[in-house]
Design a protein. Sequence first.
Lengths: 256, 286
Amino acid sequence: MSKFWQRLYMGLIFGFLYAPIAVLIVFSFNEGKTRGSWDGFSLTWYQQLWQDSEILSAVTNTFLVAIITTIAATIIGTLGAIGIEQYRSKQKTLILGLNQIPVINPDIVMAVGLMVLYRSLDLDFGYLTLILGHIAFTVPYVVLSVLPKLKQMPRSLPEAAMDLGATPMQTLWQVIIPYIRPGIISGALMAFTLSIDDFVISFFTTGNGVETISTMVFSMARRGINPKINALSAIIFVTMLVLMLIMNIRTERAKR
Amino acid sequence: MKTYKRAAAPFLLWAAMFIIISLVMVLYYSFTNEAGQLTLANFQRFFTGSTLGTLWRSLKVAFLTTVICLILGYPLAYIISNMKVNFRTTAIMLVVIPMWMNFLLRTYGWVTILSKNGILNSLLRPLGIAPLDLLYTEGAVTLGMVYNFLPFMILPIYTVLEKMDHGLLEAAADLGANKWNTFLKVILPLSLPGIASGVSMVFIPAISTFEITALLGGNKTNLIGNVIEQQFTVTGDWNYGSAMSMILMIFLVISLLFSRNEDTDNEQPTPTHVMTEERRREVIDV
């Protein structure tokens, strides 16, 4: 393949990947409500977005759930990884096998499992079930990103700390956790983004009018055209882009 | 060091609750009726009713999606892996950036493009072939799936190709292989692990999706995921829904069997490893 065809092919695939995003952003500035035609530039959908309490509460819920989920899943997953590391290899394989189930299982099966579990516990569907569901499916990712760092840590390191008189608690806080910190941070970030991006688990485990951005977009899109969704998408995309670029530049600098 | 075993307690409680008990309960629901009596009726109903056809259609759509993703994704991964390091990072970042936006929003973007008064139809109108019914067809659903899952095919294949020892290619060329032979006999076999994880990362979500079908297929295209969803949210027949979820899990077991032989201590990455690795790539170290 010549350079030209390669470039053209890449251009076409990227065009495909970015087309809907570009359309959403462009049409968020469209004055009219129709989908196909351009009626002039306007910020009306952005203004209306700020007055729409349904959308605003969905945004708040999404972030609230994501923050609580991240904190809980990071603690459970990190401690879990530290504990699992101490088990004998057969037990370890078994536990890690269990840990992999939510990663490969179709989301809908996990969601159905949660629904059935909540019903038998007689839980009311709402914030609690939603947050528990998010913690449930993000924990494995934290474990899987902390484990490699733990494996890299020389066993003699915590042993030396304890020989020098540190209690297990002190060793944990001052030796182990600082060593595995990069793994914990990437696990936490994964939990956060997975939680924000999730639709299937939220759809099945929420109730009583508690909506996240995903579940709201789903029900709105089914009802038909709503240019406020375009405005929301544009804001989300630009915010994520800026955040991720800042993070990437920071890690690049740290590497140097 | 043994003292840290106890640190796993919350994790083990989590695994017991949300993995073992919840899956056992779905299993229990699938073998009982509403009165709680043991029965095979749910499975009988599935294998004799029209839902079997739906499963068949879902398999076809998921298979088609996977093949298209492979055909589109492999060349791109290959092209990117042959670029200069700086361009490579940028190109992979461009693959990843769309995933930072909620996928339902991106799928909703396709509604704007494909609908009857949508952009594509207004572009086609001057040519005299519009308006076409593009939205709410099986084609639109397949397009939506390819769109959403393509990066999951590109990234693992790229990861494998990028790590490939380029000395091997030179050796093949020195030994007289032409480009096509080198590709068939060296590059393709070496990239098989990447293809395998790409295939399972596309196929599993494609077979179980219901949200893409709902947005782009309207009520006209029903896949197995939609039937399950309706049992839980509309019909309220949780037992039947659980039975169908169990049938979906068979595909999980199949993919687990695939990844079994290249297991843990071996350096070969299993699909799960690659999957977590890709999730991480989505988030940070691009």
